[in-house]
Design a binder for this molecule. Structure first.
Ligand code: MG
Length: 365
């Protein structure tokens, strides 16, 4: 099975409700779909969103990085030589992690298809059913409480609460949601870089003293402020998770050695795909550090890849935040991983199991 071509499509899927964080508001998924063709007729699918405020990737940069730098290296490569191909992808150019992720996802899809097995089995196997949390967007308190109650009634047992807008209001938001769902759902707090280190410590100590129990606090401070992240980690009881502060395996090693965070949030769009996500899970396991696996605003194509990784690396990846597909108004993929509210399950189909992507607008590049 040799790679013969890599093509691009634009996929647009409206969200059920706008996704609002301290950094941005999004109401439609607009992702680049990467289709890798082979001489055996097998097709691999990958996906990348433009998350300029986090990874720096845009639609234009994703297409350019793949078309000009990655694709020329991959044409003619044997899918069986997976490690060689991932090396070619990772060294094609600096950064551009979302572009690399999209291509790696499609290549791993083909690699598992080559051996006629679901990807998670090729990665070591596991229990093919996992449970995700759901995001509660930052909004007026009443709206956030109503959204939280609605999510609990839909069966979600973990809620990812977005804060980081205004410290005083954020504390009130969390208290109100906690009292509304106490005992029925775990709360994960994501400040998306919206606080200073001192504000974060103030907010968490206030909440802890008020008896509000949180599963974790995610990325309280600016991505580059590793000292600030450590300052918070050192001073609060609630476990602190690094998201935007860590992208690849070497950054994870540094962060763990500094004890700057307690948990690592792995996202394929930050790691540059599956090969480095696996490395991070293995590094974290060596140090006894837990990981979450998360996603950007992505559909059931790239999130399917994250699900396969989560299942195969469940020993290290103990928390799942893969709600992208359940935020979408419809599932654009035919076949593949089944997203049913909080429950995500993998079928026996080879690779990622995707037979077709509906509504794809092919673009030249
Ligand atoms: Mg986050």
């Amino acid at each position: 099975m040799k790679i013969t071509d890599i093509r691009f499509g634009m996929l647009r899927v409206p969200l059920k409700t706008p996704f609002k964080t301290a950094l941005r508001t999004v109401d439609t998924v607009e992702d680049i779909i990467v289709v890798v063709h082979t001489d055996s007729g097998h097709t691999g699918y990958g996906e990348a969103p433009a998350t300029a405020v986090i990874t720096g990737d845009t639609h234009g940069s994703i297409i350019e990085a793949i078309a000009k730098f990655i694709r020329p290296r991959l044409i003619g490569q044997e899918i069986a030589n997976l490690n060689h191909i991932t090396q070619l992808i990772q060294t094609a150019l600096e950064r551009n992690t979302s572009a690399k992720a999209a291509v790696e996802i499609a290549v791993y899809d083909l690699w598992a298809q080559l051996y006629n097995a679901p990807l998670y089995k090729m990665l070591g196997g596991g229990d093919p059913v996992i449970t995700t949390d759901i995001t509660i967007s930052v909004d007026y308190i009443d709206k956030m409480v109503a959204d939280s109650i609605d999510a609990v009634e839909r069966g979600f047992e973990s809620l990812k609460i977005k804060v980081g807008k205004d410290i005083g209001l954020d504390i009130e938001r969390v208290k109100a949601i906690y009292s509304a769902v106490e005992g029925r759902a775990l709360l994960r707090l994501d400040a998306n870089q919206g606080w200073t280190a001192k504000q974060a410590v103030f907010a968490m100590q206030h909440l802890e003293d008020a008896g509000v129990v949180l599963e974790l606090l995610e990325q309280p401070v600016k991505a580059r402020d590793i000292d600030g992240l450590k300052y918070v980690t050192d001073r609060v009881h609630t476990p602190v998770m690094a998201d935007e502060s860590v992208f690849g395996p070497t950054e994870v090693i540094d962060l763990i050695k500094m004890r700057a965070a307690d948990i690592i949030n792995i996202k394929l769009m930050k790691t540059g795909g599956i090969s480095n996500a696996i490395r991070i899970a293995d590094i974290a396991a060596l140090y006894g550090v837990e990981c979450m696996i998360g996603c950007m605003i992505e559909t059931s194509i790239s999130v399917a890849a994250a699900v396969h990784v989560a299942v195969a690396k469940a020993g290290a990846i103990t928390k799942v935040d893969l709600d992208g597909p359940s935020l979408c108004r419809f599932n654009p993929a035919e076949g593949g991983v089944i997203f049913n509210e909080s429950e995500i399950s993998i079928t026996d189909a080879p690779g990622l199991g995707i037979r077709e992507v509906r509504g794809l607008e092919m673009i030249s590049g």
